[in-house]
Design a protein around this ligand. Structure first.
Ligand code: ZN
Length: 401
C-alpha cells in the first residue's frame, strides 16, 4: 500500500450500518489512488507511508454537485443598488441581471475566466471539496459556451479537484434571440449540443424550466437532443413555481432535479421511480429570501436521495463554501446533520453519475478523503467557520489544504 492512516475514525457514509457509516475499524489504506484496505491498524499490510491520525475523523471528499462558478465580473453593485431600494427595472436599465454576466463572460478570454474562477474553486478545495460540477450558461452562443466549458476543464489542472462540466445553454435567452426563444432552442438542439458532445466538453446537459426561462416543451426538445448524443440530463426545476419539471426530468432519467421548492407529490413520486436525485440549494433560497421550503418530508417519504450544493453563481448564490450549505441545509431546510453530510458526499456523487467511484469510503473507490479535528461528524453541520481540514487526500495522495 502507498499510505496507511492509523488510529482514525471512519465516517464512511455507507448505508446500512451505524450513523454516518461509522466503521468499526481503526485504519484505512490507499493504493494506486484507490481505497485498498479497511481494518484494524494492528493487522494492516505494509505501507510505504503511515500517518498517525490520533483518533481524528475521516470523511469522503466533499462533492459540490451544482455550481456556476466560471463567469466574469460580479454583481456586487447590483446587490448594493437593490438594498438601496432600486427597482428591478432600474437595475435592468443600469445593465444588471444575468445578461450583464453574459456580456462580461463573452468579453473575457478563456484565461481570464480561469483566473477569475480560481479563487472560488480554491476556496471550495480548501474546505475539503474534491469534486465540483460547473455549468455553462453565461456564453449562450457556441463559442461562448465552449470557452466557458474549456475554462471549467482547465481548472482541474490548477487545483486538486475533479471537475464535471455541464452544458446549460438553456439558462436564459441571449439578446440576439430576444423574442425568438424557439429559434434559440432550435439552435441549441441542432448545433450547440452536437458540437459540445463531439468536442467532449460536457458530461451532462442542464436547463432552467421556469416561467421566466424555458417551457417544459422547450426543455424536452433539448433533453431529446442531449440523449441522442449520449449525454445525461439534469434540470433546474420548480424553483419559483411548479412547472412539472421534476416529472419531465424523471421521464428522461435525469441524474438530478435541482431547487424543487415548489415540487408536488406527482413530481416527487416520478423522481423516486426514476432514481433522480433531489439537489437542494439553500444558498439561493436564502439569498432570494424565498419562503416556500422544499418538501423535505415528502422527499424522505418517497426515498428520494437528497443532495446539497452551493449553487455558486454571481446573481443568486455568490457563496464559495459547501460547509456553509451543510449548515444551512440543517438550519433552513431542517435536514439532520447526517442527511446534510450525505448530501455533499454519497448523494452528491449520485447526482453526478459518479456513485460507483466516489461519495463514500469503500473498498475500490477513488481515495478522496478529508481528515477533520472533530469529536463527532455532526460538528461539521453544527457550526460554520470553525473547522478546516487537517489533511485532504485526492486519489490517495495528500494535497495542500
Ligand atoms: Zn443553478
Amino acid at each position: 500500500m502507498d499510505l496507511l492512516l492509523a488510529d482514525v475514525r471512519l465516517a464512511t457514509m455507507e448505508t446500512g450500518g451505524e450513523p454516518y457509516g461509522h466503521a468499526r475499524a481503526s485504519a484505512i489504506g490507499f493504493a494506486e489512488g484507490r481505497i485498498a484496505w479497511i481494518g484494524e491498524a494492528a493487522h494492516a499490510p505494509a505501507a510505504s507511508r503511515r500517518l498517525e491520525c490520533h483518533g481524528r475523523w475521516l470523511t469522503p471528499g466533499l462533492i459540490d454537485c451544482h455550481t456556476h462558478l466560471v463567469y466574469a465580473g460580479n454583481r456586487a453593485r447590483e446587490f448594493e443598488m437593490r438594498l438601496e431600494g432600486a427597482t428591478y427595472e432600474a437595475i435592468a436599465q443600469a445593465g444588471g441581471g444575468i445578461l450583464s454576466t453574459v456580456r462580461a463572460t463573452r468579453a473575457a478570454s478563456e484565461e481570464e475566466l480561469v483566473a477569475q474562477a480560481l479563487p472560488r474553486i480554491s476556496r471550495l478545495a480548501a474546505e475539503g471539496v474534491t469534486v465540483v460540477e460547473v455549468k455553462s450558461g453565461y456564453g449562450l452562443d457556441l463559442e461562448g459556451e465552449m470557452k466557458l466549458l474549456r475554462a471549467a476543464r482547465a481548472l482541474e489542472r490548477l487545483v486538486p479537484v475533479t471537475v464535471r462540466a455541464t452544458l446549460l445553454a438553456l439558462h436564459a435567452t441571449p439578446p440576439e434571440f430576444a423574442g425568438r426563444v424557439d429559434a434559440y432552442v432550435d439552435f441549441v438542439c441542432d448545433e450547440m449540443i452536437p458540437a459540445v458532445a463531439k468536442a467532449g466538453l460536457a458530461d451532462a446537459v442542464d436547463a432552467f424550466c421556469e416561467h421566466i426561462a424555458f417551457t417544459r416543451a422547450q426543455v424536452e426538445r433539448a433533453f431529446r437532443a442531449a440523449r441522442a448524443h449520449g449525454l445525461r440530463v439534469k434540470l433546474h426545476a420548480e424553483q419559483l413555481s411548479n412547472q412539472g419539471g421534476a416529472a419531465l426530468a424523471a421521464a428522461h432519467e435525469a441524474l438530478s432535479a435541482d431547487h424543487l421548492e415548489f415540487v408536488d407529490d406527482a413530481g416527487v413520486a416520478a423522481m423516486a421511480r426514476a432514481g433522480t436525485v433531489a439537489v437542494l440549494l439553500p444558498g439561493a433560497f436564502l439569498y432570494l429570501r424565498e419562503t416556500q421550503l422544499p418538501p423535505v418530508a415528502l422527499l424522505r417519504q418517497h426515498g428520494v436521495p437528497i443532495a446539497i450544493a452551493s449553487d455558486n453563481n454571481p446573481g443568486t448564490s455568490p457563496y464559495s463554501s459547501l460547509l456553509l450549505m451543510v449548515n444551512l441545509a440543517c438550519t433552513a431546510f431542517r435536514l439532520t446533520p447526517e442527511e446534510a453530510l450525505a448530501g455533499v458526499t454519497r448523494h452528491a456523487a449520485r447526482a453526478l453519475g459518479m456513485e460507483r467511484t466516489h461519495g463514500t469510503l469503500a473498498l475500490g473507490k477513488q481515495a478522496d478523503a478529508v481528515l477533520w479535528e472533530i469529536g463527532h461528524p455532526s460538528e461539521l453541520a453544527y457550526s460554520f467557520g470553525t473547522h478546516r481540514p487537517v489533511a485532504i487526500f485526492r486519489r490517495g495522495a495528500e494535497v495542500a489544504a
